[in-house]
Write a protein that binds this ligand. Structure first.
Ligand SMILES: Nc1ncnc2c1ncn2[C@@H]1O[C@H](COP(=O)(O)OP(=O)(O)OP(=O)(O)O)[C@@H](O)[C@H]1O
Ligand SMILES: [Mg+2]
Length: 404
């Protein structure tokens, strides 16, 4: 299993685990809430019974006993008479107001609005408990205790806090991993360029010496050798450019792409035809050695995707309003399933036996980080072909400008 598949498997496993924990926590809290709610209703009922006993009895001992029972019950509740007039309350914020009875007893102002609000809320929450005092019907209304209310909210608060924590940790870790990766890329590229530099300079010198020694200025073999050394120089240049801050120069996109396509097409099978079309006047900031690398990676992939005969079309167009240039590269290869449109850009993802899965991730890096552009799979159908799109910023809107 390649590292990409392994990472994906872990992601799914952890996600499943997180969902199980979240569901487990919600279900268990629901169970607790249900049980506590049941016990709170029982308390409200017992409170109603104690009140009935208190109001109906004149036995002092029994009275004290009932008061003790009553005070041990902590459900916020209100008693009303038959007409809905509030008679008594418990467990509410008495600093806000007094019931009519309490106000009379304590000689305070009677302000029923707070109790009315509370009563309306209690009516919404639970059905009342009815009991009789001296032949009259009385009603106990009650609401969830503060504890139960908190318990109802607790799992949501807890899961939100955990989610925020995990998200922060994930962002911090992935950004530090990304900067580590950047360092490796840049370091490796610099070192490669450096290591290639010395033998290339020597080779150039040796070739000059050979020409002199054998008096072979126009020798075909030496010319071929020179070509290969030039190619090596380009490779070293690319690596050195990846390892340093990119410098962009304004170039005609069509001309740059054409130069590379012309170079590339004679080096692949004759069964693959190439076509380049589009607006030749669009200009963008380019770093040519790096941009050539982008086009090369995409063209190589297109060639790999075409098994046998096929065609590769490159079309360059512009969007004047958005000031963008589009380079669409379409092949008639095996295609990419929709679910893999983003995955193909991940380092290590490959379907080729001898591939490293680095081409597109490097390409994306060059387009996004060095050219401030975008690259994505615009379209693809399995068995029919694929279109990759590169979006660059148009540096000049003037369509009549001469290309390089
Ligand atoms: N034009 C295309 N058509 C079909 N599949 C493609 C195309 N371009 C890329 N892919 C898929 O994306 C994968 C990743 O491409 P990428 O260039 O990153 O790596 P690679 O070509 O497999 O290896 P290398 O590191 O040598 O480039 C390929 O293996 C292939 O499955
Ligand atoms: Mg590739």
């Amino acid at each position: 299993m390649n590292p990409y598949q392994q990472k994906k498997r872990w992601k799914y496993l952890l996600l499943t685990f997180a969902v199980v924990i979240a569901i487990g926590s919600l279900v268990y809290t629901r169970y607790l809430v249900k049980n506590i709610a049941r016990s709170e209703r029982t308390r409200a009922q017992v409170w109603a019974m104690t009140m009935r006993q208190l109001l109906n009895s004149d036995d002092d001992d029994f009275f004290n006993y009932v008061i003790a029972v009553r005070d041990s019950l902590t459900v916020p509740a209100i008693i009303t008479d038959e007409k809905g007039e509030i008679i008594l309350s418990r467990g509410l914020d008495t600093s806000k107001a007094y019931t009519k009875l309490e106000a009379e007893y304590k000689k305070k102002k009677y302000d029923p609005s707070y109790f009315k609000e509370e009563l309306a809320y209690m009516k919404e929450q639970h059905a009342p408990i009815k009991f009789k005092v001296l032949g009259d019907d009385n009603y106990v209304y009650y609401k969830d205790s503060a504890l139960l209310t908190q318990l109802r909210l607790f799992p949501y608060v807890q899961l939100t806090v955990i989610a925020i924590f995990l998200l922060t940790a994930y962002t911090a870790f992935s950004s530090s991993r990304k900067s580590e990766q950047d360092q490796v890329w840049v370091g490796l590229a610099k070192e490669t360029a450096h290591q290639l530099g010395t033998p290339i300079s020597s080779l150039i010198a040796w070739i000059e010496l050979m020409k002199e020694k054998f008096n072979a200025e126009d020798d075909v073999l030496i010319a071929e050798m020179e070509n290969d050394v030039k190619r090596l120089e380009i490779v070293a240049d690319r690596f050195s450019k990846i390892g340093s801050k990119s410098v962009l120069e304004e170039h005609g996109v069509y001309a740059v792409v054409k130069d590379f396509v012309d170079y590339f097409k004679v080096r692949v099978s004759k069964n693959i035809s190439f076509e380049l079309t589009g607006n030749p006047h669009l200009k963008a900031g380019l770093n040519i050695p790096l941009f050539d690398w982008v086009i090369e990676n995409i063209l190589k992939n297109a060639v790999n995707a075409i098994e046998g005969k096929g065609s590769i079309k490159v079309e360059i167009s512009g969007n004047k309003v958005k000031n963008q240039i589009f380079i669409d590269i379409t092949d008639t290869g095996k295609g990419i399933p929709r679910s893999k449109f983003d995955t193909v850009f991940q380092p290590g993802y490959t379907t080729r036996k001898r591939g490293w899965g680095l081409g597109l991730s490097l390409t994306k890096r060059i387009v996004e980080n060095y050219h401030n552009g975008q690259i994505f799979v615009k379209d693809s159908e399995v068995g029919k072909g694929t279109t990759f799109r590169i979006v660059l910023k148009n540096t000049r809107n003037d369509n009549k400008t001469k290309t390089r």
